[in-house]
Design a protein around this ligand. Structure first.
Ligand SMILES: [Zn+2]
Length: 211
C-alpha cells in the first residue's frame, strides 16, 4: 500500500509536503535545500507544541483528555505484558516524542517509518540515513512493530537542549503487526470526527443514532 493511499486527517492534509508528497510533521526540522529531516525532532518546534498543547504531527490543538503516541517494539511489548498480567504499566523514563491526536497517530503509524521504530532512532544523536525508500514497514509478530497507545495524561519539561515528555496511564493499546493494521480504525476515527464537526455546525437535536 502506498503512503498516499492512507486517508489523511484534515489538519495533516494541510501540512507542508516534501518532494515526494509526504506530509511533514509539526516537530520535524527543515534543513534548507535538503528539506525536512524526518529522522530528527526540532527543539523549538517541539517546545512550541508542548507549550501550546499542539499535536506533534499536525500542529493543531489537542482537546483536553487523552493523548496518543506511537511506541516502538520494546515499549509495545512491555505494555502488552503488563496488560496481560493485569498490572498497570508505568514508564517514567522521559522521551523526546510528543503526543498527538488519535487520528494523527494512527495515520503516522502507517505512513512514517521512523515512528514505528524504537525511541533511540529519533534520539538527539539520531544520525539515521533518510532511507525512506520503503513506503511502508512490515512486521510479522503481534506488536513487533510497535503500537498506537492512548494515555490519560502527559507532562513535559523544556530544558536548555531538550523537550522531554512523560506519559501516564494507558487508556488504549493498539499494537500493529503490519503497516496497514490501523487502516480501518483510522477510517472510523476520521468518520467520527467529521460527524462531530457536522453536529457542531448544525443546531438542533443530535442525530438519532447511538455513539
Ligand atoms: Zn494532529
Amino acid at each position: 500500500m502506498r503512503f498516499d493511499a492512507v486517508p489523511k486527517p484534515a489538519a495533516v492534509e494541510a501540512r507542508p509536503r516534501d518532494v515526494r508528497g509526504y506530509p511533514v510533521p509539526a516537530i520535524t526540522p527543515w534543513d534548507g535545500e535538503r528539506g525536512p529531516q524526518f529522522a530528527l525532532t526540532d527543539y523549538e518546534r517541539s517546545a512550541d507544541c508542548a507549550r501550546g498543547r499542539l499535536c506533534s504531527v499536525c500542529g493543531t490543538l489537542m482537546p483536553r483528555g487523552p493523548v496518543w503516541r506511537v511506541v516502538g517494539a520494546a515499549e509495545s511489548a512491555a505494555i502488552g505484558e503488563a496488560r496481560a498480567s493485569g498490572r498497570p504499566y508505568r514508564n517514567l523514563a522521559p522521551t523526546l516524542e510528543g503526543p498527538g491526536h488519535r487520528a494523527c497517530m494512527l495515520y503516522a503509524s502507517m505512513v512514517c517509518p521512523y515512528l514505528a521504530r524504537p525511541n533511540a532512532r529519533r534520539g538527539l544523536d539520531a544520525k539515521a540515513p533518510d532511507d525512506m525508500t520503503a513506503h511502508v514497514v512490515r512486521g510479522a509478530i503481534r506488536g513487533e512493530m510497535g503500537a498506537v497507545v492512548g494515555f490519560a495524561d502527559y507532562e513535559f519539561a523544556i530544558t536548555a537542549s531538550q523537550v522531554l515528555f512523560r506519559f501516564v496511564d494507558v487508556v488504549e493499546f493498539l499494537p500493529h503487526d503490519t503497516a496497514d493494521a490501523h487502516l480501518d480504525e483510522l477510517r472510523r476515527e476520521l468518520a467520527a470526527r467529521a460527524e462531530d464537526r457536522t453536529r457542531d455546525r448544525v443546531p438542533g437535536p443530535p442525530p438519532d443514532q447511538p455513539r
